[in-house]
Write a new protein. Structure first.
Length: 96
């Protein structure tokens, strides 16, 4: 399928793209080649191929959730830039 330069300008306008004349010529050729290839793919007989929504089988790749001991308060605050009374201390984000 051959796209005209006018069709490329129309698509560019719809997409709000500003194209130079050289770009219009280049995209007309490139898009035409893509559409030709898509037409060739449509010619492939896939009548004996069952619908395949997934190429690979679905499988959960997540590990089982196993509870682990958490950090104690001292370890959690050990790298905090500022702490007070066992809590992280941060700059206030609300005005009083």
């Amino acid at each position: 399928m051959h796209l005209t330069q006018e069709e490329v300008r129309h698509v560019a306008e719809l997409a709000k793209l500003r194209l130079t004349e050289a770009e219009v010529r280049q995209y007309a050729a490139q898009l035409s080649a893509i559409l030709d290839y898509a037409e060739r793919i449509q010619e492939v007989d896939t009548s004996s191929v069952p619908p395949t929504p997934y190429v690979l089988g679905l499988e959960n790749v997540m590990r089982d959730d196993e509870p682990q001991p958490g950090l104690d308060n001292e370890a959690a605050l050990s790298n905090a830039p500022d702490s007070a009374n066992g809590f992280f201390r941060v700059r206030a984000v609300f005005e009083e």
